[in-house]
Design a protein around this ligand. Structure first.
Ligand code: PGA
Length: 311
């Protein structure tokens, strides 16, 4: 986060519209020169005083892990976090999302541990009924889940989930009293065609379909599809642009307080090494981790990397 804003910085921000409307995010103690202030008005650059959000790091096991694995994993993760808890400052949220049949077991196990919550990877949008093979968010809540991943690109691409389905699922999850981790992101062709912001804007309509008092609890995960499971993580610049676009869109649609309150995670080939730099990107509040989350110590290391304060 910058703490000194000059006229040149405002001119550079005005030229850089990849992240939507030009904006500069600053910390509360930032000095803005008089010339820079005037230029902001004439060039239409917004200065936004950002706030500190509680970091979150979530493990998405996908269709991996069994009962024995889960047991070992949670005790290893819990001791890793305990050993490193001195770094945690004001704290952060750590979430583990195993496959459905392990949710209740995992929730029972972590109830005796500090600092780990359980999530599910999907949920249907009905409370109960003749929907063979589906799982209700109300049941997930009863099983002890606190979070549900909704709109993951694998659900969208492999199981035909549309923005319409995702909107209904988001609504059901918040109505059940759970927190959605709402995934969105462009695929490789969409990025190449320069359609990233348009695709994300369309997916964001799911968030805007919720009443504002429910929408404020959603956690967003920006996950470019081409970066998931490929080892090809987005560059820090690409992540920063999309996060800026997301916050700008939320500011326009739901106001500044809403946009600055909501957490945005990055997901896509996050690992022990790259998470250190990803954690420093302004506006990124954590990570959704797939492959690298399957080793408890590696995931623990990623969690710790997100406790380092941003400069
Ligand atoms: P990855 O998966 O970390 O294996 O790329 C991320 C995700 O799908 O949430």
């Amino acid at each position: 986060m910058r703490n000194f804003i000059t006229a040149d910085m405002v001119r550079a921000a005005a030229r850089d519209t990849k992240g939507g409307k030009p904006a500069i995010y600053v910390g509360k103690d930032t000095t803005i020169t008089a010339e820079a202030k005037d230029l902001c008005g004439s060039l239409g650059v917004r200065i936004i005083f950002d706030v500190k959000r509680r970091p979150m790091v979530a493990a998405n096991f996908k269709m991996n892990g069994g009962i024995g694995f889960l047991d070992r994993y949670l005790s290893e993760l819990s001791s890793y976090l305990k050993q490193n808890s001195a770094n945690f400052g004001d704290g952060l949220d750590v979430v583990v999302a195993p496959p459905f049949p392990l949710v209740a077991l995992a929730a029972g196990t972590v109830s005796g541990m500090k600092g780990i919550d359980i999530g599910a990877q999907n949920a249907y949008f009905k409370e109960s009924g003749a929907f063979t093979g589906e799982v209700s968010p109300w049941l997930l809540k009863e099983c002890g889940a606190k979070y549900v991943i909704i709109g993951h690109s694998e659900r969208r691409a492999l199981f035909g989930e549309t923005t319409g389905t995702v909107s209904k699922k988001l609504r059901a999850v918040v109505d059940a009293g759970l927190i959605p981790i709402f995934c969105l992101g462009e695929n490789r062709d969409e990025r190449k065609a320069g359609r990233t912001n348009a695709v994300i804007a369309e997916m964001l309509t799911s968030l805007y379909s919720l009443p504002m008092d429910l929408a404020k609890n959603v956690v967003i995960a920006y996950e470019p599809v081409w970066a998931i499971g490929t080892g090809d993580n987005a560059t820090n610049e690409q992540i920063a642009e999309v996060v800026k676009f997301l916050r700008g869109s939320m500011m326009d649609n739901l106001g500044v307080d809403f946009a600055l309150g909501i957490r945005i995670l990055y997901g896509g080939s996050v690992n022990e090494t790259n998470s250190f730099d990803i954690a420093k990107i302004d506006g990124v509040d954590g990570a959704l981790v797939g492959g690298a989350s399957l080793k408890a110590a590696a995931f623990g290391k990623i969690v710790c990397n997100f406790t380092v304060p941003k400069q």
